[in-house]
Design a protein around this ligand. Structure first.
Ligand code: ACO
Length: 314
C-alpha cells in the first residue's frame, strides 16, 4: 500500500469566511475536521503517481515489475488519455497496460474487482490498483451543502497472483459484489461534461443519498460475505468509503460490527471519493491496526448510483 495527500490542509473554520457554515455544524453532521486540497496545477495523475511510488517502495518492486494499472477516478486530468496511462508513463513503466475506471465513490471497489478478474483470467500477475481524485476542481464554492464535504488525495495497492487453497483462509480477494441503478442519477451528479461542453459542479441531494447509502452498503457487504462463505462474526475490520461518519456508524451498526474495528479517516481527509478506501487501507496498515491474515470488508456507494463491496484477507 501507499498513499499521498497534497500539502495544503484546509480546516472547517476556513469555510466560515465564504459560506454560512461552522466548524461545529460540519463536525456534528459529517465527522469531518479537515481535508487536503491539491495545489494549483497539481493534477489527479500527479497524486496517483506519488501514491503508486509509495506502494512500489513498500512492496520492494520496480515499475517494470507491474503488468497493469487500474486507476479509479472521476476527476482525470484530461478527457483522454486516461490518468492511468499518464501514471504508467510517469513511473517509467514501458510494458503492460493501463486504464481508468469511473464509478465515482464506488470506483475503488470497482477497480479492485476488475483487477481481481484480470488476475484470475490470467491477463496479468501484478496490478497496481489506484484511487485518486481532485474533487476540489468540481466544487461549487458557494454551495455550503457540498463544498465542505470533499477533499483530494490518492491511495494505491499492489495485487499479486498467488496459488491458494480455494478456501476463505486464503489471502487476497475472496468475494466481490457490484451494483448500479441509473434511476437515481439525479440525487448525485456533476452538471457538466465533455458532451455538454462544460466542466460542471457537483450537485447532491444529501438526505436522499444518505438514505440509500446505509441500506445499500449493509446489503452489499452481506452479499459479498455470503459469497465468501463468511458471516458478520468473521470480520476483523470494516474499511468503508469515507463520506460521512454518520453513514459509517449506521452501516457498522446494521452489520452488528463494533466501531473500534472500523477504519475511520474521514475526520482527516473528508470525502476523497475513489481515493477514500485505499487511503484508509494505507493508513490502517501503516498504523499497524490492519494485520496480515485479517478479514476485511470494504464497501462504497456514489453517483449513479453505483455501489459495491469487496471481502478480502490481508
Ligand atoms: N453548514 C451549515 N448548515 C448547513 C450546511 C453547512 N455546511 N449544509 C447544509 N446545511 C443546512 C441545510 O441548508 C439545512 O438548513 P435548512 O433546514 O434551513 O434548510 C440544514 O443544514 C439541514 O440540512 P440537511 O441536508 O437536512 O442536513 P443533513 O443532516 O441531512 O446533513 C449531509 C447533510 C451532511 C450532506 C448529509 O445529508 C449527508 O451526509 N448525506 C450523505 C451525502 C454524502 O455524504 N455524499 C457524499 C457523496 S456520496 C457518497 O460518498 C456516499
Amino acid at each position: 500500500m501507499g498513499h499521498y495527500l497534497p500539502d495544503r490542509v484546509v480546516t472547517n473554520a476556513e469555510f466560515e469566511a465564504s459560506v454560512d457554515t461552522s466548524d461545529e455544524w460540519i463536525r456534528a453532521r459529517t465527522g469531518i475536521e479537515q481535508r487536503h486540497f491539491a495545489a494549483e496545477g497539481q493534477t489527479t495523475s500527479d497524486l496517483a503517481r506519488r501514491a503508486a511510488e509509495a506502494a512500489l517502495e513498500n512492496a520492494g518492486l520496480k515499475a517494470d515489475d507491474i503488468d497493469a494499472i487500474v486507476l479509479a477516478t472521476s476527476t482525470a486530468d484530461l478527457t483522454f488519455p486516461s490518468a492511468a496511462t499518464m501514471v504508467q508513463h510517469a513511473l517509467g513503466m514501458t510494458r503492460g497496460f493501463a486504464f481508468d475506471v469511473q464509478a465515482v465513490c464506488a470506483g475503488f471497489v470497482y477497480a479492485l474487482t476488475n483487477a481481481n478478474a484480470l488476475i484470475v483470467s490470467g491477463q496479468a500477475e501484478r496490478i497496481l490498483v489506484i484511487g485518486a481524485e481532485t474533487f476540489s476542481r468540481i466544487m461549487d464554492w458557494s454551495d455550503r451543502t457540498t463544498c465542505v464535504l470533499f477533499g483530494d488525495g490518492a491511495g494505491a495497492l499492489i495485487l499479486e497472483a498467488q496459488e491458494g487453497q480455494g478456501s476463505s483462509a486464503d489471502r487476497g480477494i475472496l468475494a466481490t459484489d457490484l451494483n448500479s441503478d441509473g434511476r437515481h442519477r439525479d440525487i448525485l451528479y456533476v452538471d457538466g461534461g465533455v458532451s455538454t461542453q462544460s466542466t460542471g459542479h457537483l450537485r447532491m441531494q444529501g438526505k436522499e443519498v444518505f438514505r440509500h447509502a446505509v441500506e445499500k452498503l449493509a446489503k452489499t457487504a452481506e452479499t459479498a460475505l455470503a459469497r465468501a462463505g463468511l458471516g458478520h462474526d468473521d470480520i476483523d475490520w470494516i474499511v468503508p468509503h469515507q463520506a460521512n461518519l454518520r453513514i459509517i456508524t449506521a452501516t457498522a451498526k446494521k452489520l452488528n460490527h463494533p466501531m473500534d474495528r472500523v477504519i475511520v479517516t474521514v475526520q482527516d481527509h473528508g470525502n476523497t471519493s475513489a481515493a477514500s478506501i485505499p487511503l484508509a487501507l494505507s493508513v490502517g496498515s501503516a498504523e499497524g491496526r490492519i494485520k496480515q491474515g485479517d478479514l476485511l470488508v470494504t464497501e462504497a456507494i456514489g453517483g449513479g448510483l453505483a455501489w459495491g463491496s469487496v471481502v478480502l484477507r490481508w
